[in-house]
Design a protein around this ligand. Structure first.
Ligand SMILES: *Cc1c(COP(=O)(O)O)cnc(C)c1O
Length: 377
């Protein structure tokens, strides 16, 4: 089966009890047992729920993995993966990451005696240098937030395996429609399903996908034991969103391209970050490992924070909000929103200037989006 068909059919057979074509919302905490220990595969909804099971099977299929596990948020999914590492071990992480992943590593997992070392994502060799014999996990994100840098997944996978470590990739920005890290050698994929997979800005959720049965079993044990599972209704909304992932992603990309090119030609714009632009320093790598460039565009406005504020306040269609990947266009100011936990100097060191603006380009009419931006600029 190909991607679009998988999205609609994998894990989503008509319901065996009633013939319902759509997977029902099994809004129940518990399941009848025919006799003690005799049941139909489900006992209690933290351990397993049919709506969640359908989502887990569908999401695994889209990421080309054998196993999927759904979590209550992308951060809960990330915590499940960090939890593979034992006290005294090291996680090597790319130095351009979702802020919540850094906070989780620094504020929670460090306290358990886990060492976190950051590697320069522009230089694959720095991952090798950062690994020691205690390194059990390499964690990367690509494209990155907010500068949309591209990390070479197969190069970093090779480095991880040379050091007997696992490679986990946060694939939220590309979605499995445009990028499938497991096919490129990664061991684990994490998704914030809040974003493109659900696609309508109406739930918070996460998922972990792997083809390694041992990793899956230990993550499933953790999922049931730590308990950060999504509710059946949220699982159902993600499943529904995923059915249209392919058509949405194609439109997100068309619109993002249009906006990126429009911004490039605008006199009030200093710099545009979009991996689909030939000028992007990793355009060739992006083309190699992704089948499209997704819907996120960042740019620097010609001016200071005042110019950013002025721009944001004049937008009528783009909504000022955190998050991304929904059908509606959003604008965000990374220096004080997603990356406000960094000091000014840390941000400047990472290339996040005070005039940086991030757009999650939605699937509205492209001319309306261009007019909105032109007017606000
Ligand atoms: C939003 C996001 C997360 C966290 O997911 P939540 O669902 O908000 O917990 C992780 N990684 C990336 C790249 C994200 O954009």
């Amino acid at each position: 089966m190909r991607f679009e068909t998988k999205a609609i059919h994998c894990g989503q057979q008509p319901d065996s009890a009633t013939g319902s074509v759509v997977v029902p919302v099994y809004q129940t905490s518990t399941f009848q047992q025919q006799a003690i220990g005799v049941h139909k595969g489900y006992e209690y909804s933290r351990t397993g729920n049919p709506t969640r099971a359908a989502l887990e099977e569908a999401i695994a299929a889209l990421e080309s993995g054998r196993f999927g596990l759904a979590f209550a948020s992308g951060v809960a999914a990330t915590a499940a993966v960090f939890n593979i590492v034992e006290p005294g071990n090291r996680i090597v992480a790319g130095d351009d990451l979702y802020g919540g992943s850094i906070r989780l590593a620094e504020r929670v997992f460090k306290r358990y005696g886990i060492e976190i070392v950051y590697a320069d994502i522009d230089d694959p060799d720095s991952f090798s240098k950062a690994c020691n014999s205690d390194t059990k996990l390499i964690w990367i994100e690509t494209p990155t937030n907010p500068l949309l840098k591209i990390v070479d997944i197969s190069a970093v996978a090779k480095i991880a395996h040379q050091h007997n470590a696992l490679l986990a990739v946060d694939n939220t920005f590309a979605s499995p429609y445009f990028q499938r890290p497991l096919e490129l050698g990664a061991d684990i994929v994490v998704q914030s399903t809040t974003k493109y997979l659900a696609g309508h800005s109406d739930i918070v959720g996460g998922a972990v996908i792997t083809s390694d049965e041992k990793i899956f079993n230990s993550l499933r044990y953790y999922q049931n034991t730590a308990g950060a599972i999504p509710a059946p209704w949220d699982c159902w909304l993600v499943l529904r969103g995923m059915k249209t992932l392919a058509v949405r992603m194609r439109q997100h990309e068309i619109n993002a391209f249009g906006i990126a090119e429009f911004l490039e030609s605008h006199e009030k714009v200093k710099k545009v970050y979009y991996p689909g632009l030939k000028k992007h320093p990793q355009y060739e790598l992006a083309k190699r490992q992704m089948s499209g460039f997704s819907g996120m565009v960042s740019f620097e406005i010609d001016g200071t924070v005042d110019a950013v504020n002025d721009f944001a306040s004049k937008l009528k269609i783009f909504t000022l909000a955190e998050s991304l990947g929904g059908v509606e266009s959003l604008v965000c100011y990374p220096p004080s929103m997603t990356h406000g936990f960094l000091s000014h100097q840390q941000r400047i060191d990472r290339g996040i200037s005070d005039s940086l603006i991030r757009l999650s380009v939605g699937i509205e009419d492209i001319e309306d989006l261009k007019e909105d931006i032109a007017n606000a600029l």
